[in-house]
Design a binder for this molecule. Structure first.
Ligand code: C2O
Ligand code: CU
Ligand code: CU
Length: 509
């Protein structure tokens, strides 16, 4: 660390402490335990923001992703061993259209089994990436079969995605039972942009002015490798993490599209950012520093599962793990030359910064933010719910399983379903918690009806698949079970909690 950087950080740290004391916030909203790096951290805003390359189908129309280890440069001057889709972290970005089903073949050449899930996808159960639907690498399949009870498939599997759902910012990631957290941490995640006619007819920024931002946190060892507190570094034997990390692992380095605190040169025009919180545990509170001289910092146009009915100006974005925000930033509000930091007000020290935009030039802008985004948006009402269910997310035990993160007092059991919603119906689910638990439903999209008996907050808007439930909150959602019958999961998207059993099946019947 350069002395220069150290003093800057100390100064920011003092400021942060002062402002926390000033407004009486008792503690930062930390959703995990901090894991620190053992190498000097890079100077922020020195690496250019990488844009992951596009996924392209092969000659037979099938997309193929080969999961493989690779060595990449993340911290300048060091090498990090990753596990990536096509050896990349993040994996290639899909850019696909509603009504054009695709096939994605996953070829696993890693030393561990995997399961690949399209998060937010309305996908038939056999292709959804169920946690025990494993793609077992060939060299392992003999010995591994004797130890595992899940359904086994050969070393490749082809998912069929119907993509009959509205345009949205989806993502894909590993979902192997008990080992999702370490396997996503090693790099198995990528963006998946789904478009449709409604969205494409809007005059939104596009091309080089539309940018996916996959934000995650990691910690690094002296040699540049990822640090992660797994109990078993082979990821074949004992699952779980050590000690306090059962709360969740928060790294001290913020990566955007795989680069530490990157910088992006932008024109003084509108940009559309597809922001994903891909952290294992960390929650993000995003603001612009400085804020624009006039107008709101962000115009929210979509959340997890699609466009909002109308744009909504907001000054900050709160994103728990797996949540997405589709936003417009208007850099023409700033004089050229301005440097604008995307700031994380839930972070401390180094993690208070995410990335920086530098407005380098003026340019024409033919984009606009229409007053109405879609006619397709329907606000659900409580009266539509045919049934109510409660799900309590809590650290339970000690019991036969020791202390574990559980749903309604039960650890995940692939053989049992906690609910059997009917296809084509809407249900009211009440979610309660003892800690920060971002709750995710596969298949079913939902709208947040209430938060602690009051109106939902702005970042709960729209069609969602994940909702941020904070300690002792009561969050009610109206979930639509549409698409397919079959067994799906609901789980906490704090990936360490998910691996420690905070997951339950529901059967759509
Ligand atoms: Cu993003 Cu079940 O996962
Ligand atoms: Cu999912
Ligand atoms: Cu949780």
């Amino acid at each position: 660390m350069t002395p220069n950087k150290w003093s800057r950080r100390k100064f920011l740290g003092t400021l942060a402490a002062a402002s926390l004391a000033g407004c009486g916030i008792p503690s930062p909203e930390r959703a995990g335990a901090l894991l620190t790096s053992r190498l000097p951290l890079p100077e922020p805003f020195t690496v250019a923001l990488p844009i992951p390359r596009a996924a392209t189908p092969g000659p037979d129309g099938t997309y193929e992703l080969v999961q493989r280890p690779a060595q990449v440069e993340i911290i300048p001057g060091t090498r990090t061993g990753i596990w990536g889709y096509d050896g990349r972290f993040p994996g290639p970005t899909f850019d696909v259209r509603r009504g054009r089903p695709i096939r994605v073949r996953i070829v696993n050449t890693l030393p561990v089994p995997t399961s690949t899930h399209l998060h937010g996808g309305v996908t038939p159960a056999p292709f959804d990436g169920y946690p025990t639907h494993l793609v077992v690498p060939q060299q392992l399949s003999g010995s591994f079969q004797q130890h595992h009870h899940g359904r086994l498939t050969p070393h490749e599997f082809t998912h069929e995605y119907p993509l009959d759902q509205p345009a949205a910012t989806l993502w894909y990631h590993d979902h192997r039972m008990d080992f999702t957290a370490p396997q996503v941490y090693r790099g198995l995640a990528g963006m998946f942009l789904l478009r449709d006619d409604i969205e494409e007819a809007l005059p939104l920024p596009r091309g080089e002015h539309e940018i996916p931002l996959l934000i995650c946190d990691r910690a690094f060892d002296e040699d540049g490798s990822f640090r992660y507190p797994s109990k078993d570094s082979t990821l074949l034997g004992e699952p779980g993490v050590m000690g306090a990390y059962h709360q969740g692992v928060e790294g001290d380095v913020i990566l955007v599209n795989g680069a530490p605190w990157p910088q992006l040169e932008v024109a003084a025009v509108r940009y559309r950012l597809r922001i994903l919180n891909a952290c294992n545990a960390r929650r993000l509170g995003l603001r612009l520093d400085p804020p624009p001289p006039s107008g709101a910092a962000f115009t929210l146009i979509g959340s997890d599962a699609g466009l909002l009915a109308a744009p909504r100006p907001v000054d900050d974005l709160l994103l728990a793990g797996a949540e997405r925000a589709d936003v417009i930033l208007d850099f023409s509000a700033y004089p050229p030359g301005t440097r604008v930091v995307l700031h994380n007000f839930l972070g401390t020290g180094y993690t208070r910064d995410v990335m920086r935009f530098v407005i380098t030039r003026r340019s024409d802008d033919d984009s606009a933010i229409p007053a109405k985004l879609t006619d397709d948006f329907r606000t659900l009402t409580r009266a539509e719910a045919v049934r109510e269910r409660r799900f309590d997310f809590r650290l339970s035990g000690p019991g036969p399983h020791g202390k574990m993160w559980m749903v309604n007092g039960q650890p995940f059991d692939p053989g049992t379903a906690l609910a059997t919603p009917r296809l084509g119906t809407t249900e009211l689910w009440t979610l309660t918690s003892d800690f920060h638990h971002p709750i995710h439903l596969h298949l079913a999209h939902f709208q947040v009806l209430s938060r602690n008996g009051r109106a939902p907050r702005p970042s709960d808007a729209g069609w969602k698949d994940t909702v941020d439930v904070r300690p002792y909150e009561v969050v009610q959602v109206l979930a639509c079970f549409e698409g397919f019958r079959g067994r799906y999961v609901t789980h906490c998207h704090n990936l360490e909690h998910e691996d420690m059993a905070m997951m339950a099946n529901f059967d759509v019947v």
